[in-house]
Write a protein that binds this ligand. Structure first.
Ligand code: PMP
Length: 405
């Protein structure tokens, strides 16, 4: 079949693929533990549900303005003022179908063919594919010191006359680290001088632990919203555990937002009005849902660290936030795809291969599920990999004996 070469070259989202594999196994009655998940188990905040239900009850479910309903944009403006200390206008805000579409829309609206976009490894799986989808060139910058913390010297080595933008995701999916404030401040100053756009994917910015706070990138520019090169992407998926509502947004200068709106108007017209109403409910309702999710995640992270520390040979950088950690399994295998497959097949545990995030030899392990998932999942991984662990394990009703080490 003759299809677009470009479309054909785009990889399937490995995380969504794993979700599907886990679902199919569960449907077959297998006791799968999903440590690959990028979503928590919470219920959506009641304020979100009531707001969507009220809208549904009106029976008036129509198109909305492409860039979002004014009342949701107002809630986003307030959120931006409270959390970023920036007052922006409605013309600086565009609502999209998840932060995923926001990032894509920003890239589509900024990038000319052959423009380069710097991506910091480890990175969210979708960035390189999205850059390719707009005919840009992803330039992966990996910290030379083997850590998960990018350094300015590494970034500068990746910059060329074609560099148009850099994507920054801190707290970071997949590593969970928060980049140091000095790095963000230096990066913003450097990029503004070089006319490079800094796309801040802030989707996890309130889900941080140990009393840390993630500074807003706006803090490091003295330019106003119309002239800064800082672009903010955020949404309700991760903060409120509202992944299925598909609402994200971007904050940028008016010109870019207008272009993004034109682009979006030709693709999706607008996001669904019910879901926008839900997002507005979440943003304007009681914010205790975010804190309660954050506390659950911090507790899960602590249990995960405890379990991983007793795992011989596995090295892990303690996550400062998000749903994930990215332990180094090179003591067991350098091939993360094969390792992840083995764990799914033998131990019925879903993990995501680090290769997908630009970190071979690592596995992304999520602690967004329950404590039981974390402890049992790590116990199963230990059983499958560590020859010093007992050879027998019970998975559900079944007694399994390890015979491959
Ligand atoms: N950015 C990052 C870093 C993510 O991890 C995700 C979700 N996995 C997204 C963006 C997309 O979020 P949304 O559900 O709002 O599209």
């Amino acid at each position: 079949m003759s299809v677009s070469q470009l479309a054909k070259s785009i990889a399937e989202s490995p995380t969504l693929k794993l979700n599907e594999e886990a679902r199919l196994l569960r449907e077959k009655g297998e006791a799968v533990i999903h440590l690959g998940a990028g979503e928590p188990k919470n219920k959506a905040p009641i304020s979100a549900i009531l707001s969507a239900a009220a809208k549904l009850n009106t029976g008036e479910i129509k198109y909305t303005p492409t860039d979002g309903i004014p009342s949701l944009k107002k809630a986003i403006i307030r959120y931006t003022e409270e959390n970023y200390d920036r007052i922006v206008a409605p013309e600086n805000v565009i609502v999209s179908a998840g932060a995923k579409q926001s990032v894509y829309n920003v890239l589509y609206s900024l990038i000319n063919p052959q423009d380069e976009v710097i991506i910091l490894a480890p990175y969210w799986v979708s960035y390189p594919e999205m850059v390719k989808m707009v005919y840009g060139v992803p330039v992966i910058v990996t910290p030379e010191d083997g850590s998960f913390y990018p350094r300015m010297e590494d970034v500068m080595k990746g910059v060329s006359s074609y560099t148009k933008a850099i994507i920054v995701n801190s707290p970071n999916n997949p590593s969970g680290v928060v980049y140091p404030e000095e790095f963000i401040s230096e990066l913003v100053r450097y990029c503004e001088k070089k006319n490079i756009y800094v796309i801040m994917d802030d989707i996890y910015h309130k889900l941080v632990f140990d009393g840390k706070r993630v500074p807003s990138a706006f803090k490091y520019t003295d330019k106003d919203i119309e002239s800064t090169h800082v672009i903010i992407v955020n949404g309700v998926s991760k903060l409120y555990g509202m992944t299925g509502f598909r609402i994200g947004w971007a904050i940028a200068n008016r010109e870019l937002v207008e272009i993004m709106s034109n682009v979006q108007s030709q693709i999706t017209s607008c996001t669904a009005v019910l879901l926008q109403a839900a997002a507005e409910g979440a943003l304007t309702g009681l914010q205790s849902a975010v804190e309660s999710l954050r506390l659950t995640l911090e507790n899960n992270r602590n249990v995960m660290m405890q379990e991983l520390h007793s795992f011989k040979g596995v090295k892990v950088t303690k996550p400062d936030g998000t749903y994930y950690c990215l332990p180094d399994f090179r003591a067991y295998s350098n091939n993360s795809l094969a390792l992840s497959e083995l764990l799914l097949k033998k131990a019925l545990v879903v993990t995501v291969p680090g290769k997908e995030f630009g970190m071979e030899g690592h596995l992304r392990i999520s602690y967004a599920g329950s404590i039981k998932d974390v402890t049992e999942g790590i116990a199963r991984i230990k059983w499958a990999l560590d020859p010093t662990s007992p050879t027998e394990i019970y998975i559900g009703e079944r007694r399994l004996v390890r015979d491959w080490l």
